[in-house]
Design a protein around this ligand. Structure first.
Ligand SMILES: [Fe+2]
Length: 295
């Protein structure tokens, strides 16, 4: 199997990680070893079991509809048939994290980059950079949902635009991605459920985000989220809760340019802060929080 080609290192929303070549690669499915399929199977089975009753119904149903199973690493080609018919998205294989503008451009064109390689068995519980399990198990299912699929495209278009506005706008927009796509919760008649990819692909955070007394759980508000710093090295101090996927579309419909100008005048909010204006689901005890290190 080819080793991923690292191009440079960069501080990103995933921490200090390698950024890879922008080339699209064909998934080398025949080259996966038994060990790779076993790693997928172990992670898949463990997370699915944990996520029933914890992840949003849309997420679980989509995963089934796509035909993902623990038996083998899915073939992108097969997933693309189902995904393309549902929402017109296409998965493309990549070496790993892409430079920001390339990533935004793919999303804006309904292409989702998926890292083709999977973590080693000794990295089952934690890997700093996104691998195939995080991308495929975590991100791809909700692309089957028409509203979420549109949101992801809108985010990509917004990213291309923010790139032209400047680094501060990109910081604001990255916070939105982090608090929704990666670490979002959704309110349902049965209680809070997980939809963020960073949570669904992590055993520890699947439990922590819903069941721990430590973190805050606060109603989603676009401006609030875009001002809020977050954690890259620990579980989140605050999770933002949406009422529906439609809320994401509504919030991101308008042009953000005037909002970026307004945000530039305001201070950022620390990851663990609760404001008087927040719609609080649960106020965290803050137990175990690191006192610094928000990004
Ligand atoms: Fe991710």
């Amino acid at each position: 199997m080819n080793e991923p080609r690292r191009v440079e290192h960069q501080q990103t929303d995933k921490g200090y990680v390698p950024v890879y070549t922008t080339a699209v690669v064909e998934q080398p499915w025949d080259d996966y070893k038994a060990e790779d399929h076993a790693t997928w199977g172990t992670l898949y089975q463990r997370q699915r079991e944990l996520l029933v009753g914890r992840a949003s119904e849309e997420f679980l149903a989509a995963q089934d509809a796509m035909g993902m199973t623990p038996h083998a690493i899915p073939r992108f080609e097969q997933l693309n048939e189902v995904l393309g018919a549902a929402t017109g998205w296409t998965l493309i294989g990549v070496e790993g994290l892409l430079p920001e503008l390339d990533f935004f451009d793919h999303l804006a064109n309904r292409r989702f980059p998926v890292t083709w390689w999977i973590r080693r068995p000794d990295q089952i519980d934690y890997i700093a950079e996104p691998d195939l399990f995080h991308d495929l198990f975590g991100h791809v299912p909700l692309l089957m949902n028409p509203l979420f699929a549109d949101y992801m495209q809108a985010y990509g278009r917004g990213g291309v635009k923010a790139h032209g506005v400047g680094p501060e706008a990109l910081v604001n927009l990255t916070r939105l991605y982090w608090c929704t796509v990666e670490f979002g919760l959704i309110n349902t008649p049965d209680g809070l459920r997980i939809y963020g990819s960073g949570i669904v692909s992590s055993k520890g955070e699947s439990l922590y985000s819903l069941e721990s007394d430590a973190p805050n759980r606060i109603g989603f508000d676009l401006e609030r989220v875009m001002r809020t710093r977050y954690r890259i090295d620990t579980y989140q101090k605050t999770y933002f809760v949406i009422d529906s996927f439609a809320q994401l579309i509504d919030a991101t419909g308008p042009d953000f340019t005037p909002l970026y100008a307004k945000l530039a005048e305001q201070d950022a909010i620390a990851a663990g802060t609760v404001l008087g204006s927040d719609r609080v689901y649960t106020r965290g005890t803050g137990e175990g929080w690191a006192s610094d290190g928000d990004v």
